[in-house]
Design a protein around this ligand. Structure first.
Ligand SMILES: Cc1cc2nc3c(=O)[nH]c(=O)nc-3n(C[C@H](O)[C@H](O)[C@H](O)COP(=O)(O)OP(=O)(O)OC[C@H]3O[C@@H](n4cnc5c(N)ncnc54)[C@H](O)[C@@H]3O)c2cc1C
Length: 387
């Protein structure tokens, strides 16, 4: 089969790209290894959720998937409260002060993926190969040939690797990867709390790592707790009662006691950056190109910006979408923002992980100062929201 573009990976980023290109009339093939479990409103909340920025929300609207997200479930959050465990420094962002209804939405990754796959299936010019996997590819002068595990062969002008942090496309292309193992894990689970979450995202920075409580629409909270890897593993083994006690204490009882916890899991945290993102007839997007620390919940938001950036360049081109000139323009548009965000997350991680007195003073006075400087504070909020 002949396409304009083949996208390996139908996760949140690859599917967004497929919809943006499909809506503009491109012939697209999406290869996805695992179909997400179909969503039912009675399902318990998934472990993996994302804080979706306004910019990502707009991209999902343009992709034709946002309706499908809100029809399933999403929780708009109206405020964010961040504070330092080693002092009195804190900062609070309120949507109302920005004249906005919310700061963003907390959405299960599976909900986003299901809504995007529905949007793909409504497009005649986009074919979904699922479950199937990219097994190999061969780049020629005018096209790239992709071999699937099922034995099917596809051909296109461009192959996009949207196949996540362990990207097979990146590996087969021999693209190098700079990695930074943080020695930490992100422990995730859904908890019930004694007090209401007040549609607020709560985050407490401790020297061992931040703990975030993200509000869900049924009143429960999804937590992401960054811990040294061995401590995260030990936390997984605690009884529910002991775990609830630990996590309530770690949040400084801001939401009172933690009264129940669901399934728990922990993910190793590693910064990665591919160099370059492109080769002739090949481009990487999302986690295939870069992963960052989840402390500010920006990973998928950056990936969706990649999808927007690549779609813009491909749709601008009147000729060969796999040409190096078109792909270079994509890399130029996206690498700077990705590097800057990755460095900012590293900076926050080091600043908040440092127990030396001067650093404690710096971050506590810094947080409190920015909290009082409305203009600076709301510039930061607008930047994070993508408005
Ligand atoms: C603990 C934790 C919390 C996080 N919280 C947030 C948050 O709040 N906000 C945020 O923005 N980001 C967050 N992130 C980051 C976010 O989850 C990722 O950035 C995002 O999932 C990347 O999406 P993706 O589509 O690029 O890759 P993936 O989600 O990894 O999707 C890749 C897809 O490709 C498929 N695939 C893989 N190999 C092949 C193949 N060979 N052929 C075909 N298909 C293949 C996979 O099945 C998968 O569906 C968090 C990350 C962690 C670890």
């Amino acid at each position: 089969m002949q396409y304009d573009i083949i996208i390996a990976g139908g996760g949140m980023v690859g599917s967004t790209l497929a919809c943006l290109l499909g809506n503009a009339g491109k012939r697209v093939a999406v290869l996805e290894a695992h179909a997400p479990a179909p969503f039912a409103a009675t399902d318990p909340y998934d472990l993996r959720v994302s804080a979706i920025s306004r910019a990502s929300q707009r991209a999902l609207v343009n992709a034709g998937a946002w309706q499908g997200v809100v029809a399933r479930r999403a929780c708009a959050y109206e405020a964010m409260q961040v504070w330092d465990a080693t002092g009195s420094g804190q900062i609070r962002f309120d949507a109302a002060d920005l004249g906005e209804a919310d700061l963003g939405h907390i959405v299960e990754n599976r909900v986003i993926q299901c809504a995007l796959l529905d949007a793909i299936q409504a497009l005649d010019n986009v074919d979904l190969y699922c479950p199937d996997k990219l097994a190999a590819f061969e780049v020629g002068a005018d096209s790239v040939k992709v071999q699937l595990h099922s034995g099917t062969t596809l051909q296109a002008q461009l192959l996009v690797g949207a196949d996540g942090a362990q990207s097979k496309v990146r590996q087969l292309a021999g693209i190098s990867l700079a990695t930074n193992d943080y020695g930490q894990k992100g422990l995730v689970c859904v908890v019930q709390t004694e007090l209401s979450h007040q549609d607020t995202a709560w985050q407490r920075f401790m020297p061992s790592g931040p703990l975030a409580f993200l509000p869900l629409s049924d009143g429960s909270s999804s937590i992401v707790w960054t811990l040294p890897a061995d401590r995260a593993d030990a936390m997984l083994l605690l009884s529910d009662a002991d775990f609830c006690r630990e996590v309530a204490q770690a949040l400084d009882y801001r939401l009172g006691e933690v009264t129940a916890v669901g399934e728990r899991a922990a993910f190793s945290l590693r910064g990665r950056h591919a160099e370059p993102y492109i080769q002739p007839r090949l481009a990487l997007v999302g986690d295939a190109a870069h992963t960052i620390h989840p402390l500010a919940g920006q990973g998928v938001n950056l990936g969706i910006k990649d999808a927007l950036g690549l779609a813009e360049q491909l749709l601008k081109s009147s000729g060969d979408v796999g040409s190096v000139a078109v792909l270079r323009a994509y890399e130029r548009a996206r690498r700077g923002d990705n590097v800057l965000t990755q460095k900012a997350m590293e900076g926050f991680r080091l600043l908040f992980g440092n127990t030396l007195a001067p650093w404690k003073i710096l971050r506590n006075t810094g947080l409190s100062l920015v909290n009082r400087l409305d203009f600076v504070k709301y510039q930061i909020a607008k930047q994070a929201m993508g408005i």
